[in-house]
Design a protein around this ligand. Structure first.
Ligand SMILES: O=C(O)CCC(=O)C(=O)O
Ligand SMILES: [Fe+2]
Length: 228
């Protein structure tokens, strides 16, 4: 069982909680959509500035979607209701957002878990870290596509999303395969949602994914993204 964390008003305390394992759970005081979002906004405000998601909105509601209903460039367009692979949010930006807040409006029935994985627990050797820091990969973002690396200089952030990263040479191929293999063998934290749960995730450190889901389960998560 995961321990329940306390309400945090103090940004320093918030950062302290995040520093432990890169994410933590907070429980909203009230259970309806508006109050959950309001509380997410308050926590987000203490961490930084809100940024827009893929579809351009400052707050979003994510629901498991069939392939054909999903936003064409989203991971759901590729994986549909199946498991959503581990990824870093906004990997297609030059700098992915720093924090990701997910709030449970409805866990759904059957519900699907969110999985969390700190890339630092993937035990990369010094050599492997060098490869991740140096091997070029293509970041597909339509007209704004660019070349980058999986690991930022000095390990500041991790960029990984099988939906938008592509190898352009043998090193990039090795780097992407290395991450994929390491993730597949790694134990992750599994969060089973209760209504009103808010997860605060350090998106530079912790990857997230979702277990397989059902159409019409009613599962709905609110999401806001924060830059700091
Ligand atoms: O539905 C989930 O558990 C996570 C979905 C996701 O990747 C996201 O909202 O960014
Ligand atoms: Fe995501």
């Amino acid at each position: 069982m995961l321990e329940r964390e306390t309400v945090v008003d103090d940004p320093q305390q918030l950062l302290g909680l995040l520093a432990k394992r890169g994410w933590f759970r907070h429980s909203a005081e009230a259970m309806h959509h508006g109050s959950i979002l309001r509380e997410m906004g308050q926590v987000g405000e203490r961490l930084g500035r809100r940024v827009r998601g893929r579809a351009g909105a400052l707050e979003e509601v994510v629901e498991p979607r069939h392939l054909e209903e999903a936003h064409p460039r989203s991971l759901s367009a590729r994986y549909g209701l199946g498991a959503l692979p581990f990824h870093v949010e906004l990997s297609h930006r030059t700098r992915p957002c720093r924090y990701l807040l997910l709030g449970c409006i409805d866990p759904g029935s059957p519900s699907a878990a969110t999985m969390l994985l700190d890339w630092r627990t993937l035990d990369f050797s010094r050599e492997e870290l060098n490869l991740l820091e140096e091997a070029p990969v293509l970041v597909r973002a339509g007209r704004r596509s660019f070349y980058s690396t999986i690991l930022a200089m000095g390990g500041a952030f991790f960029r990984y999303d099988p939906g938008c990263l592509e190898a352009v040479d043998e090193r990039g191929q090795r780097a992407l395969r290395l991450v994929e293999d390491r993730i597949a063998g790694a134990p992750s934290d599994v969060h089973h949602w209760c209504q009103g749960d808010i997860l605060i995730i350090d998106n530079w450190r912790v990857l997230h994914g979702r277990s397989p889901s059902d159409q019409g389960s009613g599962r709905r998560l609110a999401r806001i993204l924060i830059d700091a």
